[in-house]
Design a protein around this ligand. Structure first.
Ligand code: BG6
Length: 474
């Protein structure tokens, strides 16, 4: 039985004055306080290049929590949380930080650009802080296989792999974890979860937002590095993995890595890169990517990517996995869609029915989290006519609650030293090895209208299948 109360430790947020800390980390830590899930004793120390003292940090935290916490802010837990807060100006250095720590153990969260990871970790080691430190870092972990391997080497020069927590916030989403329970907690579906019954698996991560204020960052990144190599490969691994022998972290991560090892590297011929042109979303006109601040007018960075992949394993041989992601698409929607083989038509030959739709299982990762299964039903009336209908599970209806924020779950797990939902070094490196062929020989970028489902060219790579939402014309 898992213990939910983390051992006493301090939490250090490096980059505490930044965006990630304000929007995600401070609100998540506060909500853990509300739930009684922070360590019984331990400080929350902000460390950043800001001219703040403890009180200024407290006011900043209070404002951020009031604005971004999913539960708002309430006096009693806030008072409890505020007594933990301390601030250290980064120019004081790691030695001062060491002198203010109160516990022997600490969780150090690097909420800073990845280019700073190696230097910061080496400084942490030089200050004698390696012992007792667990480190949390955020994607991107490198920008290709070579840089990711180097980053792993730099981290391991100071900290063992068991002390490193690489966050991919998609793994903290309830629905992604629910996919595991759905697959391995029910005997109905797992028997059908293979090439004998499944004709296609589609994974879509669609966003209606553009690149916002991150144009300059995005120019260097693009959709393949930003979403495919990490979030989409996590969804793919969880959807395609073999049953682990237990929910132990290594057992589960071994199975996820096996999927990536069996996945064929991306083929530029079966990959489409797109970039949004101006268009309309929800009645609002939006600018083209090349007119966004910080973006080159002649940019060829992709804001959309679609690909057909195959996994060379006994379970999946020959089953196409269609992956696509894009910004400025017509709506925000992340789904895994599993299409089953069609039933044979012979029984219906004389009824005028020309085609039976396949059963389809849709895992809605967000928004409107849930799972639905479509099947064929007879329409009421004297004639034998059929129509697809749906069985639907929705979080909101069944649990009368909205799932907690991914960061709450992940921070709590890191405090408990539980690696199950974090990315291991070999997963990162294999993810890059899969995308490397299209990073080194990228197919040309094609444009799509903002507010659409992406470039028409994506249809061609679906092969005999199709993207399910495009088919519905919604
Ligand atoms: C981040 C990407 O990792 O994930 C962003 O850098 C993207 O570009 C975001 O918008 C999507 O996360 P979510 O949870 O909103 O689907």
């Amino acid at each position: 039985m898992k213990m939910y109360s983390p051992p006493d430790q301090d939490i250090v947020v490096v980059g505490a004055s930044g965006d990630l800390a304000a929007r995600k980390l401070l609100p998540a830590l506060y909500n853990l306080e509300v739930e009684g899930l922070l360590p019984g004793t331990g400080l929350v120390i902000g460390y950043a290049e800001s001219d703040w003292d403890d009180d200024a940090f407290r006011s900043h935290a209070r404002e951020s929590i009031a604005q971004f916490s999913r539960t708002g802010i309430a006096d009693v837990p806030w008072q409890r949380f505020a007594t933990r807060l301390r601030f250290i100006n980064a120019s004081a250095g790691w030695d001062v930080l060491r002198s203010r720590l109160e516990q022997r153990q600490r969780l150090v969260y690097l909420a800073v650009p990845p280019s700073a990871f190696a230097t910061l970790v080496s400084a942490l080691g030089a200050a004698g802080l390696a012992e007792g430190t667990s480190l949390v870092i955020e994607k991107p972990f490198g920008r290709d296989l070579a840089t990711a391997t180097q980053l792993n080497r730099d981290l391991h020069a100071v900290l063992a792999e068991e002390r490193i927590f690489r966050i991919d916030h998609y793994l903290g989403k309830e629905t992604v974890q629910n996919l595991l329970v759905f697959r391995f907690g029910n005997s109905v579906f797992e028997r059908l979860w293979n090439r004998d019954a499944i004709s296609q698996v589609e994974i879509t991560v669609a966003e209606s937002l553009g690149v916002e204020h991150r144009g300059a960052f995005y120019e260097e990144t693009g959709a393949i590095r930003d979403i495919v190599q990490n979030h989409m490969f996590q969804l793919l691994s969880v959807a395609a993995m073999e049953p682990p022998i237990s929910f132990d972290a290594e057992a589960l991560r071994n199975e996820k890595v096996k999927v990536l090892r069996a996945a064929q590297p991306l083929d530029p011929k079966h990959t489409v890169r797109g970039q949004y042109a101006a268009g309309t979303i929800d009645g609002q006109k939006v600018a083209a990517y090349t007119d966004e601040p910080g973006v080159s007018r002649t940019s060829t960075t992709e804001t959309y990517a679609a690909m057909r992949m195959f996994i060379d394993s006994w379970r999946w041989e020959g089953v196409p996995f269609l992956l696509r992601t894009g910004k400025r698409l017509c709506r925000r929607e992340s789904v895994v869609v599993v299409s089953f083989n069609r039933a044979p038509l012979h029984l219906f030959h004389d009824t005028g029915i020309e085609r039976l739709d396949s059963n389809r299982l849709v895992v809605r990762v967000q928004p409107d989290e849930g799972i639905s299964l479509s099947f064929i039903a007879k329409q009421p009336g004297p004639a034998l006519t059929t129509q697809p209908v749906e069985m639907d599970f929705s979080y909101g209806t069944s649990f009368k609650t909205s799932p907690p924020e991914a960061y709450e779950r992940l921070l709590h797990d890191a405090l408990l030293d539980d690696h199950t939902l974090f990315i291991r070094e070999d997963e990162v490196e294999r993810g890059w090895a899969i995308v490397d062929p299209v990073l080194t020989a990228p197919p040309p970028v094609v444009t799509y209208e903002a507010g659409s489902w992406g470039p028409v060219e994506a249809e061609a790579i679906a092969g005999p299948g199709h993207w399910h939402m495009a088919e519905e014309g919604t």
